[in-house]
Ligand binder design. Sequence first.
Ligand code: FES
Length: 156
Amino acid sequence: MKLKYSLITRRTFLNTLFFGWIAAFFSGTLYALMKFAFPTLGKEPDFVVLNRKDFTDLANNSIKRFPWGGTVGLYFKKADGTILAMKGVCSHMECNVDYKPAERRFYCPCHQGWFDENGKNIKGPPPKPLEIFVITEEGDKLIIAKKGVKVELPKA
Ligand code: FES
C-alpha cells in the first residue's frame, strides 16, 4: 500500500539530522576530553606477573619501573632494604612520579607534588597517597597485585 503523504515532514527529518549530528559531535568531543584527562581509565590490571630475577639486583634506596597496564608501577627498595611496590602515577592528575634518592621521597613534576618513601602524600596538590600493591613471590615469579585481589597462577 502506498501512502499519499509522508509520515515525516521535511522539518522533522532535518531537525533529527541536525540534532543527531550535534549529539554525535559532542559525545565524541567529551570522549576525547575524558581520554585526555584520565588516560588510564579502564586500563588497569588487577595484578601483573614479573620475573623475579629482574628485580633481585636492585640497590637499596632505588626503584625499578614495571609495566602496570597502560601506566607504570614502581618496585621500590628502601634504604633499609624493605621492599614496596606501588603505582607510579600521581593521585592528583595521573602524571608519572619519580623517586629522588637524595631526599628519599617521590616527586611529581606536574604540579610539584611530593610523597614520602611510603607513598604518603606530604606536600602539594595530591589528595591521597600512591596506591600500594601487594607483592607475592611464587617460584621464579613475582606477583604484584592490588590489595584484596587473590591471584592463583596456573600450575605448569
Ligand atoms: S599530577 Fe601530580 S601533582 Fe598534579
